[in-house]
Design a protein around this ligand. Structure first.
Ligand SMILES: *Cc1c(COP(=O)(O)O)cnc(C)c1O
Length: 379
């Protein structure tokens, strides 16, 4: 189709990022690549296939539907369902060889029952809550969980995991809390091993923890953000050179002269003080270009920054190109990513929108086609 608003995903950047992360991991630490939420907006199927080639050991999704979609596209790696399997999902979980994360008694019991209908054992990872207070069996009652699980012959306890609440923080109290979470988790793992459980994988760290907390690597890290080339903090300082994989682009739809004093867009919240050139772009909040960027965001055209002028509409956004010579319809516009020497990072856009890079990437809408390319081939 002709609409030029696309998200270009450089698959070679993913492989590059995996290699960079691997250099930073201790020996024998493997990678679980988190590809939930359509691989943070990058297109889960293509990303999962590329990361399989890049040598990651497991994939992580949020829900069973995401896991089934990957299986149907031919992805063979183990797939961990991180954020919830429901009793009605269990048959499909087993059929599709998805690995559930267990964190409630109900699901444990229901899975044991469902597993009896199948000849094989069912692999699971078990989550302990060490202080996040989101998902997981409490570290305080972990002994009862171990007692229950050690006698379940239909379940193979392939992994034990927990999740950190403030892995990215430099604050002294936060760091002490992370240390306490690590201590609690180690104690739970020890208790499980003492009871005879032999989990192949023990994992705690997300991207930020992988970079900052060597003790949180255990023998598997669960990385999302960093794989996509977004620094979770300190990556550069630690010598991890990331390449953002996603470039969100469009092209100028029309250019008009707007005399001094005229207003632009709904609500008349932008008025030019000078005779201006305003370019209209075919992207809006229905594409995930956040309305909070009204009068705040910027885009790249002809290698220069152009500020968003007035409010972002559902399908269109105006930018001020007065100081950029020669702008015409069809000119490439970079919303997120690099153009020439300029770059708009997910972190910068997140700052304008008062959110975090994760949300910027996940928000890129369904209407925006993902184009998967190999930049290495092109250059
Ligand atoms: C999303 C998620 C991750 C990945 O976090 P990043 O900060 O993107 O690396 C890791 N673990 C769990 C349980 C998650 O839900």
């Amino acid at each position: 189709m002709g609409r030029p608003t696309v998200a270009e995903v450089d698959l070679d950047a993913l492989t590059h990022n995996v290699q960079q992360i691997r250099r930073h991991l201790k020996e024998k630490v493997e990678i679980l690549a988190v590809v939930k939420a359509d691989a943070y907006g990058h297109g889960a199927e293509a990303v999962a296939k590329e990361l399989t080639l890049a040598g990651v050991s497991l994939l992580g999704v949020a829900c069973v539907e995401e896991g089934i979609a990957l299986r149907q596209s031919g992805v063979a790696l183990p797939i961990l369902v991180l954020s919830g399997v429901y009793p009605g999902d269990l048959q499909e979980v087993i059929r599709n060889r998805l690995t559930p994360v267990l964190y409630t008694w109900e699901t444990c019991r229901a899975l044991v029952e469902e597993a009896k209908k199948f000849p094989q054992q069912v692999s699971v990872h078990v989550k302990v809550d060490t202080g996040m207070n989101r998902l997981g069996f409490s570290w305080r009652n972990w002994g009862a969980v171990v007692e229950f699980l050690r006698s379940q012959e239909k379940l193979r306890i392939e992994g034990l995991l927990s999740h950190l609440a403030v892995a990215e923080s430099e604050d002294t109290e936060d760091r002490a809390f992370t240390q306490e979470q690590i201590r609690r988790f180690k104690a739970c793992v020890h208790q499980a091993r003492t009871a005879g459980m032999e989990p192949r994988y023990v994992h705690l760290g997300n991207s930020a923890a992988t970079v900052r907390w060597e003790e949180a690597q255990f023998n598997l890290v669960r990385t999302g953000l960093i794989l996509y080339g977004v620094d979770p903090g300190l990556a550069r300082e630690k010598g991890i050179a990331l390449r953002p994989a996603l470039t969100w682009k469009t092209a100028v739809l029309s250019v008009k002269q707007v005399p001094a004093g005229d207003s632009v867009s709904y609500g008349r919240l932008y008025s030019s003080r000078r005779d201006s050139l305003i370019a209209t772009l075919p992207v809006g909040y229905a594409d995930g270009y956040r309305r909070r960027l009204s009068n705040r965001g910027a885009v790249l055209i002809r290698g220069q920054r152009a500020r968003v002028a007035g409010v972002v509409c559902m399908d269109l956004t105006m930018v001020d190109v007065t100081t950029i010579p020669g702008v015409q319809p069809g000119d490439e516009v970079v919303l997120l990513g690099r153009q020439g020497r300029e770059e708009i990072s997910a972190a910068e856009m997140a700052g304008w929108a008062e959110t975090i890079p994760y949300e910027v990437l996940c928000a890129i809408g369904k209407r925006v086609p993902r184009l998967h390319v190999h930049r290495k081939d092109k250059n």
